[in-house]
Design a protein around this ligand. Structure first.
Ligand SMILES: [Zn+2]
Ligand SMILES: [Zn+2]
Length: 255
C-alpha cells in the first residue's frame, strides 16, 4: 500500500491511497481538471479511481469533488455532518455514502478507520488506512492533539501529518487578526510544535516514514519543517518528506 499527495496547503489538498487495484482519492481541493492533470503526473489514470473520501467541507478539501465524482461516476464517502454541510455543493452527486467517524469500513482492498478531529468544520474526520499488513495514517486540519488522535495513529507504519505553521511566525505575521485567531485556536491547524509532540507519542520503532502536509505558505517553510522532523526523529532512519502546494509528493509507502 502506498500514498501520494497531488498538492497540499490552503490552496488545495488531495491525496491518493493505493492498494492493488483499489485507489482512493482523499479530498479534492483542486478543480476536477487540475486534479486529473495531477493524477496523470503520478501516472494514475483518473478512470481507475475507486472512490473519493472527504475529510471535511472546507473548500481546500472539497472544491473539485462534485465535478470529479460526477465525471468519473465515483461514490463519495463522508460523515453525515460533512454531508449536511456540503449538501448544496454535492446535491446532484449520486453515490453519497455516509460513514460513522467511529466505525471502520472497507472500500475495495483497503480498510479505513476514521477518527474525529477538533477543527472548525461540522463533523471532520481523518483516517488510518490498512491492507491488513501496512497502516498509513492521515492527519491534517486539527486544532490540537487529542487522545483519540494519538490512539488512532499510535502504531501506523507511515504517517501523513499536518505541519501547518510556526506559531511565532503566525502570531507576528500580517494575517488579519481574525484569521490568526482562527488558525491558532483549538479548532484551527496544528503548529510545528504540536505535530512534533504528537510524533514523539507514537509507538517507538514502528514508524517507517513521515510526510509533512498542509504547510502554510506565509507562516511556515520547508527549512523549518525539515529541522523539526530532524529534531524529532533524530537519525532514526525514518523516511521524511515534505509536501508542497504545487507538487505534493510522489509515492510514499510500500509496493
Ligand atoms: Zn485544509
Ligand atoms: Zn479545514
Amino acid at each position: 500500500m502506498r500514498c501520494a499527495s497531488l498538492g497540499s496547503g490552503s490552496r488545495g489538498n488531495a491525496t491518493v491511497v493505493e492498494q492493488g487495484n483499489t485507489r482512493l482519492l482523499v479530498d479534492c481541493g483542486f478543480s476536477a481538471r487540475e486534479a486529473r492533470k495531477r493524477l496523470e503526473r503520478i501516472e494514475i489514470d483518473p478512470g481507475s479511481l475507486t472512490a473519493i473520501l472527504v475529510t471535511h467541507e472546507h473548500a481546500d478539501h472539497i472544491a473539485g469533488v462534485r465535478v470529479l465524482a460526477r465525471g468519473l461516476g465515483l461514490p463519495v464517502y463522508l460523515t453525515s455532518g460533512t454531508a449536511r454541510a456540503a449538501e448544496k455543493l454535492l446535491r446532484d452527486v449520486d453515490g453519497i455514502r455516509e460513514f460513522n467517524a467511529h466505525e471502520a469500513f472497507e472500500v475495495g482492498d483497503i480498510e479505513i478507520r476514521p477518527f474525529p478531529v477538533p477543527h472548525d468544520a461540522r463533523d471532520p474526520a481523518q483516517f488510518v488506512f490498512s491492507n491488513g499488513d501496512t497502516r498509513i495514517g492521515l492527519l491534517t486540519d486539527a486544532g490540537h492533539v487529542t487522545r483519540v488522535m494519538i490512539e488512532a495513529l499510535a502504531s501506523v507504519d507511515y504517517l501523513m501529518l499536518e505541519f501547518n505553521h510556526d506559531r511565532e511566525l503566525l502570531l507576528q505575521g500580517d494575517y488579519p487578526q481574525g484569521l490568526i485567531d482562527r488558525v491558532d485556536s483549538d479548532y484551527g491547524h496544528l503548529n510545528n510544535q504540536q505535530s512534533m509532540a504528537l510524533l514523539s507519542k507514537l509507538e517507538p520503532g514502528k514508524l517507517k516514514g513521515v510526510a509533512a502536509l498542509h504547510l502554510s505558505h506565509q507562516n511556515n517553510s520547508v527549512d523549518r519543517v525539515s529541522q523539526c522532523l530532524a529534531d524529532t526523529l533524530n537519525n532514526s532512519g525514518i523516511e521524511q518528506i515534505i509536501a508542497c502546494q504545487d507538487l505534493g509528493f510522489s509515492w510514499f509507502g510500500e509496493q
